[in-house]
Write a protein that binds this ligand. Structure first.
Ligand code: NAD
Length: 314
């Protein structure tokens, strides 16, 4: 049985990946320090003999047998990665090196969950992989943006120096069930506020755009990237369907039948005004493109939050 290690496996995306890998018949080792991840995300896998959870911080070395490694360990929302920026930077440097050392020791293929944030506030639109970005190295987002850029550098240096078999994907905004309702990401924020009838908070005037990828599509892309020979990446994975934040808020209000009002707050520092992937490479190299449109994905995500919020009221 092939052994897959998923670092950050108790998080939103990681837990969906653990599900997929166990469904495919792999033996899965989930490594997580539960900083933003939650045991309830992987509770249903705990009794499965092919699944193992290890509470561990990747900033410390780890010795374990694995055939392939997915590194998703890193808080992904600004609220959480800015809470302890030095820890975020360490996770993306020391932590990433520990994962690369593990891959080297096992002769394992390793995939890095990088991010569209490596493009910063882009002046090129949409963003192809060749675009080198517009990142503020001293700003409050730098621990994450520059951290992820350094992580990519380490991946490519291990590849050049030691021949490590690497895969780098740049994930654009992803949403779906198991997003943490507390972490301030736009889709979960709007849905929770709409269901509760609270004011919907928009930062800026809402004219900034984002593109949202449903989590099942992303997991398909990650699996394809891991299993495809002859490509290191970086490859963008995201949904190119672009929407203004104000229109997203209106759509969610309508879909939930909410009476919430929209209110506005100042835009946070270095918040990008546009974000949309070019997915030409993912299509050309992996044959991947997203299949779930925004309405369908939002319907499933709203269904999830309706259940979770009802349960928490009991
Ligand atoms: N969700 C998105 O839209 C998005 C976009 C771009 C990139 N990504 C990347 O994908 C990955 C997963 O994102 P997510 O949305 O599931 O976030 P998440 O916060 O839900 O998951 C991250 C997981 O990593 C764990 N973790 C953090 N630091 C750790 C450490 N030092 N040691 C061990 N575990 C640690 C957390 O406890 C959590 O379970 C992250 O690396 C993120 O940067 C996500």
């Amino acid at each position: 049985m092939k052994r897959a290690l998923v670092a950050g496996g108790a998080g939103f995306i990681g837990s969906h990946l653990c599900d997929r890998l166990t469904e495919e018949g792999m033996s899965v080792i989930c490594v997580d320090n539960l900083y933003t991840g939650r045991k309830e995300n992987i509770e249903h896998l705990m009794g499965d003999p092919s699944f193992r959870f290890i509470e561990h911080d990747i900033r410390k070395p780890l010795s374990i047998d694995a055939d392939c490694i997915y590194n998703l360990a890193c808080p992904a929302s600004p609220k959480h990665y800015q809470k302890d920026p030095i820890m975020t930077a360490q996770t993306n440097t020391l932590g990433v090196m520990n994962m690369l050392e593990l891959a080297k020791a096992n002769d394992a293929r390793i995939l890095q969950a990088s991010t569209s944030e490596v493009y910063g506030d882009p002046v090129k639109h949409p963003q192809p992989e060749e675009y080198r970005g517009n990142v503020n190295p001293t700003g409050i987002r730098a621990c994450y943006d520059e951290g992820k850029r350094m992580a990519e550098t380490l991946f490519f240096d291990y590849h050049r120096e030691y021949g490590t078999d690497i895969r780098v994907i740049r994930i654009f905004n992803t949403y779906g069930p198991r997003m943490n309702p507390e972490d301030g990401r736009v889709v979960s924020n709007f849905i929770v506020q709409a269901i509760k009838g609270d004011d919907i908070t928009i930062y800026g005037d809402g004219s900034q755009t984002r593109s949202f990828c449903y989590v099942d599509d992303l997991i398909d892309g990650m699996r394809m990237m891991m299993d495809t020979d002859g490509t290191t990446g970086p490859v963008n994975l995201g949904n190119p369907e672009e929407i203004r934040i104000l229109d997203l808020a209106k759509k969610i209000t309508e879909m939930t039948g909410s009476t919430s009002e929209i209110i506005y707050f100042p835009l946070p520092c270095d918040d990008p005004s546009k974000r949309r992937p070019s997915i030409y490479k993912a299509w050309e190299q992996l044959g991947w493109k997203p299949a779930v449109d925004l309405d369908e994905g939002l319907k499933k995500t709203i269904g999830y939050f309706n259940t979770v919020l009802k349960r928490s009221e009991l």
